[in-house]
Design a protein around this ligand. Structure first.
Ligand code: PLP
Length: 360
């Protein structure tokens, strides 16, 4: 079977070139006689790989020198606890903006450790928009402000960075990191699970301003302490070596294509094509407010939900895979992360148009 266009939300499509290089290097990495999977994480070869991965990520995002880059496990979900455990720093309250499923999870977990002020919420409109900052009610003495720049399930994205003054801004960028240039200095902490826009599952990247770490809540497990990982260059224990290596190949691929400015252009073009078609059609509907639409995850419904199954069956047979919406929302969702080429989105739009002509 040919490779298909994979619109899955995560684990998601990887660049074909990256998979090919991994295949070519699988049994014998650069003549060392073994696979990256078999290497000691403390050996010279893997230490070199890890250092290059960090250098390339720093280069791509322009990460300032006073930020640590940590390569962790436990997924973005562990960060829902690690962030309060590390960043409360003696304070009792945090501000969290609620824009859907992932922010709600961040809220629920943080409530185990502190008082959560829901600074803004789009629940009033079924989480279909990103509340503008004039609607935010920040508390007096918050340890940090947390938001979810891209809600992977609802398809809601902030196209601006909130202003929080001297209060550290924390962002769960699991599904939109590396989708375009980013001013990292605006953030206290950024975290992202790898399996959306970075690489294989098993790796979670944390970028944190170094003055914020080292004051954990009493009782914090060693493995949940950012300072421990920072002091050991993410080698306190065994890191997810193969995921790190593949993420590194993805970073090289991004650099070869022209970096994040080029990705920005490509992602704009893909999103314009798909949303443009959705808006021109009376058959499909995107529930997200126009100014808050995600460039990465595009949810949409068919006029008649009874046609969903047929849509999924036919799209699959055309090599357009994993378009089924999240079980909480129903409908469809097309995730179009960095590796999805414009041709893939064009193939989807062509199919959707045909389907509309037949069933509309
Ligand atoms: C997928 C996702 C998560 C959860 O990631 P895991 O790695 O499965 O823990 C959290 N936040 C966002 C925005 C996500 O897209």
């Amino acid at each position: 079977m040919e490779r298909i266009y994979n619109f899955g939300a995560g684990p998601a499509a990887l660049p074909e070139e990256v998979l090919e290089q991994a295949r070519d290097e699988m049994l014998n990495w650069q003549g060392c006689g073994m696979s990256v999977m078999e290497m000691s994480h403390r050996g010279k070869d893997f230490m070199g790989i890890a250092a290059q991965v960090e250098a390339d990520l720093r280069g791509l995002l322009g990460i300032p020198a006073n930020y640590k880059v940590l390569f962790l496990q436990g997924g973005a979900s562990s960060q829902f606890a690690m962030v309060p455990m590390n960043l409360l720093r003696g304070k009792k309250t945090v501000d969290i903006v609620n824009t859907g499923v992932w922010s709600q999870k961040a809220i629920d977990e943080a409530e185990r450790y502190c008082t959560v002020n829901v600074a803004a919420s789009s629940e009033d409109a079924r989480f279909s928009y990103a509340p503008t900052q004039d609607k935010w009610r920040l508390s007096q003495d918050a340890a940090y402000v947390h938001y979810t720049p891209n809600e992977t399930i609802g398809g809601v994205e902030f196209h601006w960075i909130p202003e929080t003054g001297s209060v550290p801004l924390v962002a769960d960028m699991s599904s939109n990191i590396l989708s375009g240039p980013l001013d990292v200095s605006r953030f206290g902490l950024i975290y992202a699970g790898a399996q959306k826009n970075i690489g294989p599952a098993g790796l979670c990247i944390v970028i944190v301003r170094e003055d914020l770490i080292g004051q954990t809540l009493p009782g914090t497990p060693t493995m949940f302490d950012y300072k421990i990982h920072a002091d050991h260059d993410s080698m306190y224990n065994t890191p997810p070596t193969f995921s790190l290596y593949i993420a590194g190949l993805v970073f090289k691929w991004l650099k070869r294509l022209g970096g994040l400015a080029e990705m920005d252009k490509r992602n704009n073009a893909k999103a314009a094509l798909l949303y443009g078609y959705l808006d021109s059609s009376g058959f499909y509907h995107c529930p997200v407010a126009k100014d808050s639409r995600s460039r990465m995850n595009v949810p949409f419904t068919l006029k008649d939900a009874a046609l969903d199954e047929e849509f999924l069956k036919q799209s699959q047979s055309r090599g357009l895979a994993q378009l089924k919406g999240h079980r909480l929302l129903g409908g469809m969702r097309a995730s179009i992360y960095n590796p999805m080429p414009l041709e893939g989105v064009q193939a989807l739009v062509d199919f959707m148009r045909e389907f509309e002509q037949k069933h509309g």
